[in-house]
Design a protein around this ligand. Sequence first.
Ligand SMILES: [Zn+2]
Length: 255
Amino acid sequence: MIRPDYTLALYESLLDTALEAGYAFATIEDVLTGSEPDGPHVVLRHDVDRRPRNALLLARAEADRGITATYYFRTKTAAPDRLARVESMGHEVGYHYEDFVRAGGDHDRAHALFAENLASFREHATVRTVAGHGNLSRYTNIDLWDRGPSVSEYDLAGDACKSMDLHGTYAYRSDTDRRWGGTGGPETTPELIAELEAGEFDRIAVLAHPSRWTTGALEYVYQLGWDTAATSTKRAVAGTARIGTATAKIREATP
Ligand SMILES: [Zn+2]
């Protein structure tokens, strides 16, 4: 019997527990501009990779409690009214970019795409921070910053992946791979809730992908299937990429 995790009810319980334990909430922009609270606080980051309607459910649950979070939308999850709506609930809206991968590692082309996409996001929301999406690719999106205009030249406070030393200053909890803590950390959401209740950390950063969260137990089982399939595909593609690279090296070595 699978005990459902990643349900909206559990997410709401996580928020309520953090509030009762005395945590304040800060956005990524707050942290990157040094305006985070002095006392214990939680930074909630949401990467809206797919199923953008789920983002609205989480955003509403947070707003109902006076909590602000940061939502990073991809171009394909960012409908204009959605960006405006999430911002109107008091949340920070950011750009979850993948331009370096789309440009095939060409810095000039990637910056041109990035500038264009950022400008269209800014027609609907104030964007002050960005975060690179993890595409299945030989390229890594944050390598965009290796050449060309800097984040400040785009009038950005920073890149959540690049400018923020989460691992140094904040306890980092992410729902990637459906276990929260990594080594020694909480595995399930109830365990994460217990950790917040105990007030173990003063500063805690939580990355929750709205697409992983569901409104019911049945949907959870369906989601589990999806995630397993996605992970297998990822592994298969990674395997292919390695084989491809190895073949390329062999070809290079052959005169
Ligand atoms: Zn992503």
